[in-house]
Design a protein around this ligand. Sequence first.
Ligand code: ZN
Length: 210
Amino acid sequence: MRLIEILLPVPCARCGEPPRSPCALCLASLNEIPPLGVPRGLDSLTALTAYDDRSAVFITDAKYRNSRSALGVLAHWAVVQLPEQIVDDLDEVTWAPTTRARRRERGFDQAQLIARMVGRELGLPVRRLLRRSDGPAQTGRSRSERLRGPGFVGLGVPGRVLVVDDVCTTGATLAAAASAMRRMGAQRVHGLVLARTPNPGASQPRRFGR
Ligand SMILES: [Zn+2]
């Protein structure tokens, strides 16, 4: 983020009030996320807020200046949610890279941008530890493929890592990222996301028997 983007007032992406996005009111109105399970392969997962109509506007489209600055505000408050014992259990920060198509469309990798903000807040190095072994985009895949998560290739030998993403829905992406880093020898993989879908799979039909 350029200095000018930090210094100039920006209208709130949700209500339009200056000087910050989210404004204090919209920030305070974000919904808390009820306790949820930790996706496979992660030692913990911390989320700032529920992914719903109150938070989505600040997260989904960071192409505009006010949403980029919103990511900075949300990243700050997400880091504040991290329990102290997890902060003490970290050597570095990385991110779950987005698809090439998504990156091309946006012009940048949103998860990487958030990871940089988080690293700065924590005073930890931010390192690219994962590459996407680009299969088909998430949207073009079947539900079972999506639940299996994207393919990731580990790029370095991680220590105790915090893996960052913007949103966690099924947890499949973070699980795949964690498993790639474990294969490379990661001692610990904690997760941090800005928002998490409150009830993953809640809209799915129940299945009886096996
Ligand atoms: Zn607002």
